[in-house]
Design a protein around this ligand. Sequence first.
Ligand code: HEC
Length: 148
Amino acid sequence: MRRVEKAALSGAAVLIAIGSAALVTATSHEGITIPSWMTKLWPAAARPATRGGGTAISGGRRIFEQKGCVACHSTDGTPNVGPTLKGLYGSTVEFEDGSTRTADTTFLEEFIRDPRKRTIKGVRAIMPRTELTDEELRQLIAYLQSLS
Ligand code: HEC
C-alpha cells in the first residue's frame, strides 16, 4: 500500500498511454500497457524545466551517490539494507507506535536530517545521520520526488 505507483494515475500519463496503446493495439490485442521505458522517463518528464526541477533532480542524484545513500537504498524498487526509495514520496509511512504520516517534503527533511527521531515500522533503525547543507537536502528531496 505504501508503494502506490502514481505514474499510471496521472492524467497526462494516461493520455500518453492511450496514445501509445493505439500504436500497440495496431499490431496486438493485449490491451493497454504502459511501456516500462515510459514509466522510467515519466517522473523527469513531468517536471517542467522552467521550475529548475531538472537541475535539482540531477544534482540530487549526484548527492545521493556521493553521500552514500545509494549503498543502502535502491531507487528501482529492489530491497536493500534500507527500504527502496522508489515511490516513497507521497506514500504513507507507518511508525512503530502505529501512527502514520504522508512522506511529503517536510517529513523527508526531518527524517533525513535526523533519522533517529521517528522509528519506522518493520525496519531496523540503522540509518546514519548525514551532514547535508540546506541546498543539498533540497536537491536530494527533488530527486526523491522524481522517483514517485
Ligand atoms: C547504512 C545504511 C543507510 C544509509 C547510508 C542511508 N540510509 Fe536511509 N534508511 C536506512 C534504513 C535501515 C532505513 C529504515 C529506517 C531507519 O533506519 O531508521 C532508512 C530510511 C530512510 C528513509 C525513510 C524510508 C521509508 O520508507 O519511510 C529515507 C527517506 C531515507 N532513508 C533516505 C536516505 C538518504 C537521503 C540517505 C543519504 C543521505 C540515506 N537514507 C542513507 C539505511 C540507510
